[in-house]
Design a protein around this ligand. Structure first.
Ligand code: NAD
Length: 496
C-alpha cells in the first residue's frame, strides 16, 4: 500500500461516546515538521466540550458495560485492539511520521509495536492479578479487592504520541476505568485515528474519549474537571508541577512521567565499539527528542580523545533527510520552537567554556523543515547549561572523568533522575555504579530497553510514580477491604 492511499482528515475534533464531535473552538494548524506545511487542522476543545467528553466517560463508567465486564471479556477486547493496531500500522505510522517528523523506520519498528504491545501486555496482566485474603485474625476473613477508580485524564506529549498515549490508555482501561485523552496540540493526527480504531476493535463507546487543544485551554479544563478521578501526565517537568498543583485542588492523585538529563557513562573497561553504537543511539534516535536520551556522555579521560573523535565522525555521517525515506537516520525536530531552542543552546555553549565538536547549525538543503545538524559539545564541567538543562534534540554533551567516584558524582549531580547508562565489562565497576546511581532505571551495556513488567519512572524532578503492571494497577484502582466473621461472635449488647 502506498502512503498516498491514506486519507489525512481536513480537521480533527473531539471523539466523544464513539462519535466524532467537531466543536466551534479555535481552529489551529497541524504541521509537517519536514516541510513546515500545514497538513490538517484541529478544533480546540473549550471547557464545555471537555465537559461533554468527561460526562461521556463518566456515563460509560457508571452505566456502560466496560467496568462490569468479566476479565475474560475485557482481555478479548484488549487483544483485539492489539491486532487492529498492527493491521493498521502503515496508516498510523504514516500519520505519525507526517505530523512529528520521527523517522518512519523507528515508528514502525519501535513505536507501533510498543503501542500494540501495551494493550496485550495489560490483557495478560489482568488475567494474572489477584485479590488478597487475610485470615490471621481468628474468626474473621478480610478480603482486599481492587476496583476501578472512575474517569482518568490522560495528557500526552509530542515526542512519541502513539507509543506514550497508548500506554496511558491501556494501563487505565485494563482495570475497568474510562478516560479522556488529550494529546499534544503539536501531534494530534495519529492519536485521533488510533482512538477511532479502538472502537472499531470492539471497545464500547465512551470508554476512551478524545479532546484536542493547547495545555492552558483544553488540558487545564480537563485536569481541573470535578469528575476526574486520576491524572496521568507525560511531559515537561514545569508542566507536571503545574498539573499536580491543579489536580491537588480536587485531591486527585497524579502520576507524572517527566524530563531527564541522563548520564551515559563510558569506562575504558567497556567494549568500546558497542559503547559508541549505544551512545549514538542514546542521543540521536527519535531525532534526539526522548525523555530517556543519554544526553550527558561521561567518558573516562584515558579514552576521551579516541572516543570523541569516533563519536564526532559518526555523528557527522548521520543521514539527515525525509523522515518517510528508508535510509533516513535523523529527521526534523518536531517544531520550529524546538529547533530554535536547540540552536540557542549551541550558540550559548562556547560562552560557558564548551568546545563545539560538531553541528550547532540549522541543517541546509531542507527548505523550511526544522532540521538541525547533529550536534556535540565537550563541556569543561557539569555546571554548564548544556550539562544541566534538558535540551531535547540531537545534541550530545560530552564530559570527562577520572575515577568511578567522580563519574558517580557527576551523574548524580542533576535535578533529574530518570535513567542512566553504564558501559563497562568490569563487574566491580558495574556494581558500584548501579548501586550508586540515583535514577529510576539503569541500563548496563545496552541502549534503552523497556521491560514493561519492570517499573519505569524517575527519581527527583523526573517524575512521580511508576509505570508497570503492578504500579498501574495500584494507581488506577481503589482498594476495598471487606471483613466477614467466620462464625457469629457474641456482640456486646447496648441498651438492653
Ligand atoms: P509539555 O509539558 O509542554 O506538554 C505535555 C502535554 O501537557 C501537552 O499535551 C500539553 O498540551 C499539556 N499541557 C501543557 N500545559 C498544560 C496545563 N496547564 N494543563 C494541562 N495540560 C497541559 O511537554 P512536551 O514538550 O509535549 O514534551 C516534552 C517533555 O516530555 C520533555 O520534557 C520530555 O522529557 C517529557 N517526556 C517524558 C517522558 C517520560 O516517560 N518520563 C516521556 C516522554 C516525554
Amino acid at each position: 500500500m502506498s502512503t498516498t492511499d491514506f486519507k489525512v482528515p481536513v480537521c480533527i475534533g473531539s471523539f466523544i461516546d464513539g462519535q466524532p464531535h467537531l466543536g466551534t473552538g479555535t481552529r489551529l494548524p497541524i504541521l509537517n515538521p519536514a516541510t513546515d506545511h500545514t497538513v490538517s487542522e484541529f478544533s480546540e476543545a473549550q471547557a464545555d466540550e471537555v465537559g461533554l467528553a468527561v460526562t461521556g466517560s463518566r456515563r460509560a463508567f457508571e452505566q456502560g458495560p466496560w467496568p462490569r465486564m468479566s476479565v475474560d471479556e475485557r482481555q478479548a477486547v484488549l487483544r483485539s485492539i492489539h491486532q487492529v493496531l498492527l493491521q493498521n500500522a502503515p496508516e498510523l505510522a504514516y500519520l505519525e511520521c507526517l505530523n512529528t517528523g520521527i523517522v518512519m523506520r523507528e515508528i514502525e519498528q519501535r513505536h507501533l509495536r510498543r503501542a500494540a504491545l501495551n494493550f496485550s501486555f495489560f490483557a495478560d496482566y489482568i488475567g494474572q492479578s489477584s485479590d488478597a485474603v487475610y485470615r490471621q485474625t481468628q474468626g474473621y476473613t478480610t478480603t482486599v479487592m481492587r476496583e476501578p477508580v472512575g474517569v482518568a485524564a490522560l495528557i500526552a506529549p509530542w515526542n512519541a504520541p502513539l507509543a506514550l498515549s497508548s500506554m496511558q490508555i491501556a494501563s487505565s482501561i485494563a482495570f475497568g476505568n474510562t478516560c479522556v485523552v488529550k494529546p499534544s496540540e503539536q501531534s494530534p493526527l495519529a492519536v485521533a485515528r488510533m482512538i477511532e480504531l479502538l472502537c472499531e476493535a470492539g471497545l464500547p463507546p465512551g470508554v476512551v474519549n478524545l479532546v484536542n487543544g493547547r495545555g492552558p485551554v483544553t488540558g487545564q479544563a480537563l485536569v481541573t474537571h470535578p469528575e476526574i478521578n486520576r491524572v496521568s501526565f507525560t511531559g515537561g517537568t514545569e508542566t507536571g508541577r503545574h498539573i499536580m498543583a491543579s489536580a491537588a485542588q480536587n485531591l486527585v492523585p497524579c502520576t507524572l512521567e517527566l524530563g531527564g538529563k541522563s548520564a551515559n557513562i563510558i569506562f575504558a573497561s567497556a567494549d568500546l565499539d558497542r559503547a559508541l553504537d549505544g551512545a549514538l543511539l542514546g542521543i540521536f534516535s527519535n531525532n534526539g527528542q526522548q525523555c530517556l536520551a543519554g544526553s550527558r556522555i561521561l567518558v573516562e579521560r584515558c579514552i576521551l580523545d579516541d572516543f570523541m573523535a569516533r563519536f564526532v565522525a559518526r555523528a557527522r555521517a548521520l543521514r539527515l533527510g525525509d523522515p518517510m525515506a528508508d535510509c533516513t537516520e535523523l529527521g526534523p525536530l518536531a517544531s520550529r520552537a524546538q529547533m530554535n531552542r536547540v540552536l540557542q543552546f549551541a550558540q550559548q555553549a562556547p560562552a560557558e567554556g564548551c568546545t563545539l565538536l560538531a553541528g550547532g547549525q540549522p541543517a541546509g538543503g531542507f527548505g523550511s523543515g526544522y532540521y538541525v545538524q547533529p550536534t556535540a559539545v565537550l563541556a569543561p564541567d557539569n555546571r554548564c547549561s548544556v550539562a544541566r538543562q534538558e535540551i531535547f534534540g540531537p545534541f550530545a554533551t560530552l564530559l570527562s572523568f577520572d575515577t568511578e567516584d567522580e563519574a558517580l558524582a557527576i551523574a548524580n549531580d542533576s535535578e533529574f533522575g530518570l535513567v542512566s547508562y553504564v558501559w563497562s565489562d568490569h563487574l566491580p565497576t558495574v556494581t558500584l555504579m548501579t548501586e550508586g546511581l540515583r535514577t529510576g532505571v539503569v541500563w548496563v551495556n545496552t541502549p534503552m530497553m523497556r521491560e514493561l513488567r519492570a517499573p519505569f519512572g524517575g527519581f527527583k524532578n523526573s517524575g512521580v510514580g511508576r509505570q508497570s503492571g503492578t504500579a498501574c494497577e495500584t494507581f488506577f484502582t481503589e482498594e476495598k477491604a471487606i471483613t466477614v466473621p467466620t462464625r457469629a461472635h457474641p456482640l456486646r449488647r447496648l441498651g438492653v
